[in-house]
Design a protein around this ligand. Sequence first.
Ligand SMILES: [Zn+2]
Length: 513
Amino acid sequence: MIRLVRAYSTKFSLKSGSKTISKAQECVQSIHPTTPARTRFAPSPTGYLHLGSLRTALYNYLLAKNTGGQFLLRLEDTDQNRLVEDAEQNIYDSLKWCNIEIDEGPNEGGEFGPYRQSDRTEIYNKYIQILLDKGLAYYCTCSKERLHNLRESASLLKPPTTVTYDRKCLSQANAPHAQSIIRFKSPEKYESFHDLVHGTMNLQPQVNYSDRRYDDIVLMKSDGLPTYHFANVVDDHLMKITHVIRGEEWLPSTPKHIALYRAFGWDPPKFAHIPLLTSLEDKKLSKRQGDIGILSMREKGILPESIINFVALFGWSPPRETPGVSSSESMTMDQLISSFSLDHLTKGNAKVNDSKLYHFNKFHLGEAVKSPKRLAALTEEHFPTFLQETGINDKELLRKILQYLGPSLTNLNEIESIHSYIYSPPQYSSPVPKQTELILPQLLCLPAEDFNQNVKVIMDNSHLTKKQVFQAVRFALSGGISGLSLPLLIELLGATEYKKRLQSAIDFISKSA
Ligand SMILES: [Zn+2]
């Protein structure tokens, strides 16, 4: 999930430090790992999987698969108040539908489990004790009112500060009680770090030296559960995560996370913070755009291949095979896996353009129906909608429609919304293409089977053009809607229905004359 920076995360002044390597060096020096990467997707089951979180999952998956490593799913479910009942199942279903395979996770198991944070309480208790023993964590027994007043007074300071806690409990240790929390004793200064997308970052909280406050984040909450920051660091270390790809909104938290790794004496993983998703107008995605559950796109007739292709390009671009010529952006999962590289992550906000999604969907529909296996799966998947919309209980018909029509569809639902003439009588309306009244009666006398031969016969016997014959037949069979080649449409209709429609069109023309 894209998490917003929580209340206990403080605001930082974002200042990018000086680059350690020159631009020329950057071009030749690859940051892409040469050994298997272990990556994770760590959503909170607090909502449905949407575009932004799918992208995070996908990039981590692509990195693991490209390098021959492992992709983990870890459920960060320690914020018990925000859990949504069916969100966990939605995460599994969405990833499965998108063909993102989990190597280790709550259902898959693995040697570094459990993979659900609510099952790891003992682990967090053990590791918090290590920091307490080292004097790098401490109990805070301050009342809610006191902490509230500290936040209020901090907001009034001039110059302002971005951190609020005054460390009272570090100097006056009181016996912990049931409502105590445990805080991190943050370092005087955070170390600068290297982000794989942004380069060297030096992010420090802003403080007011006349009323010094500290960035002593909460590690354990009063309910005995760890905070995101703490659990995340402990888990990533114990699960041997090598690379963390996550949204840019996590950049301000990264110095704290690195400080936590250092407190334990651990090496942090490599971080890549990917840009936010925005609308074409460069605004943060609206609720409608950003929060669309991935599975709701299935109901819109969109293929998972298209969504994967679509989100893959939000912050990554395929390498150019020929310099100066951009590569095709239409890619399958296998192609994405083989060409994914951290070297081609892009900075700057990733703009979400719905029309591109439909462009990809048309491409992938055309590809999908070429594979008998994929065609069969798509038929199964779309059949309930087809049956419900048309009342026709004929899977084989749907399979044929998909096979013939697939390459010209923008989404699967167009089978019912645009191409209903395939299975129900077409709607005729004026204007009727010129010469139709001359062409159709001739076709009625010819056998249905060899359409191209029929066209030839008509052309040989008259001054009619091929285009005129085609337009006339299309009018009769579909009411003028294109998308399916006429021989294929005739095959789908069958000889009887074909002739019936020729006659219906003739009747329509004579009635409207
Ligand atoms: Zn305190």
